[in-house]
Structure formats: structure tokens, C-alpha cells
Design a protein around this ligand. Structure first.
Ligand SMILES: Cc1cc2nc3c(=O)[nH]c(=O)nc-3n(C[C@H](O)[C@H](O)[C@H](O)COP(=O)(O)O)c2cc1C
Length: 173
């Protein structure tokens, strides 16, 4: 499938069937993360696979946006590893973790699975439940599964600004 076609087909899936995700598919999703570009190639991403019933239950204490998915990924970056820009010390870890998450989100779509990028979670609850070291910063959760037969895009999916509102040529003024 053409990439732009895949990008347009993807939507945030918030209702899943009970069907488990095959290990081979999970491996492909994680491979999409592994090959992601990161600043200075420091690869600060740290990904937790949440798949046991106990761990999935713990996730429910951290976010209401778990959608009862049969599997979830928690994407963090290690702030002791991520590149800091020289001129202002800006930490690129969140950018790196976002690229990693985006690549996995697209591979998930490519495999016929569904997900929603979840940024609304309680970081402290995640740290407690999953023993996240202090230097790991949680950035995103991807609940993943096969879309339920009646899964459908939210109205937001079709609401994108006109390109003239977000793209400028040569100067912003
Ligand atoms: C950084 C980020 C954080 C998000 N956090 C949440 C979230 O916590 N809960 C949720 O249901 N959706 C979340 N979303 C999904 C967006 O609401 C969704 O992508 C947007 O409305 C466009 O819809 P679409 O993905 O179906 O095209 C998030 C998306 C991004 C990129």
C-alpha cells in the first residue's frame, strides 16, 4: 500500500476484539521501533511490553484510556542517554520517543491491527506500578489489538485543518 494511503487509512482505534496479538506481529512492531532515527543515534527509547493479565490490570490504575486492549506498549526515554542540544541543552528524548512511537503506530496499522496514541496517563502511577527507574521518562502508551467489528473513527479523525493554516512559505509573516 502507498504510504500516504496508509497514513489516511489509520485512525485511533478505541475498541478491540479479545483476539491476542501473535508474537510474530509484536516482533515486527518492535522492529519498527528499533530502526527509528534518533538524535545522534543515541537510541534512548525504552519500551515496556504490557501483556500479562496482571500488568494489564495495573495499567488500568494509570490511565482510563486502556480500551481493554489485549496488549499495550509503554514508550519511555532514558534522560541519561538522550541527546541534549549544545546551544540550549534542549532534551531531544521526547522527540526520539515520539518518532519511535509513530513508527510503531504505522506498523500496527500496516499489520491490520489498531491502536491509539495515549498521552493522558498518570506518570507517578506508571512509575509505581511498573518499576520505572527515575531516569526513564514515560512519553506514550499504545494499547494494541485487533479492531472490534464495530470499531469506528471518532469525529476528530476527519477534522484536519486546511493546509494553508499550518504551512507557511519562507516566513511566518
Ligand atoms: C500526543 C498524543 C496524545 C494523545 N492522547 C490521547 C489520549 O490520552 N486518549 C485518547 O483517547 N486519544 C489520544 N490521542 C489520540 C488523538 O485524540 C487522535 O489522534 C486525534 O483526535 C485524531 O484522530 P485520529 O487519530 O483518529 O485521526 C492522542 C494523540 C496524540 C498524537
Amino acid at each position: 500500500m502507498d504510504l500516504l494511503e496508509l497514513l489516511k487509512k489509520r485512525y485511533s482505534v478505541r475498541k478491540f476484539s479479545d483476539k491476542k496479538i501473535e508474537q510474530e506481529k509484536l516482533d515486527l512492531i518492535l522492529e519498527a521501533a528499533r530502526v527509528a532515527p534518533t538524535a545522534v543515534n543515541y537510541q534512548p527509547q525504552r519500551i515496556l511490553v504490557i501483556e500479562s493479565e496482571e500488568a494489564l490490570d495495573k495499567l488500568k490504575n494509570c490511565t482510563p484510556y486502556h480500551f481493554n486492549a489485549p496488549l499495550a506498549l509503554l514508550i519511555c526515554y532514558d534522560k541519561n542517554v538522550s541527546w541534549k542540544r549544545g546551544c540550549d541543552s534542549y532534551d531531544m528524548g521526547e522527540v526520539d520517543a515520539s518518532i519511535v512511537t509513530t513508527q510503531m503506530m504505522l506498523e500496527i496499522e500496516n499489520l491490520g491491527l489498531g491502536t491509539t496514541w495515549v498521552g493522558s496517563f498518570k506518570p507517578d502511577a506508571l512509575k509505581d506500578e511498573f518499576n520505572i527507574p527515575d531516569n526513564f521518562i514515560p512519553v506514550a502508551i499504545l494499547p494494541i489489538g485487533y479492531p472490534a467489528v464495530d470499531a469506528a473513527p471518532s469525529p476528530f479523525h476527519s477534522q484536519r485543518l486546511d493546509i494553508t493554516e499550518t504551512v507557511f512559505y519562507n516566513t511566518f509573516k
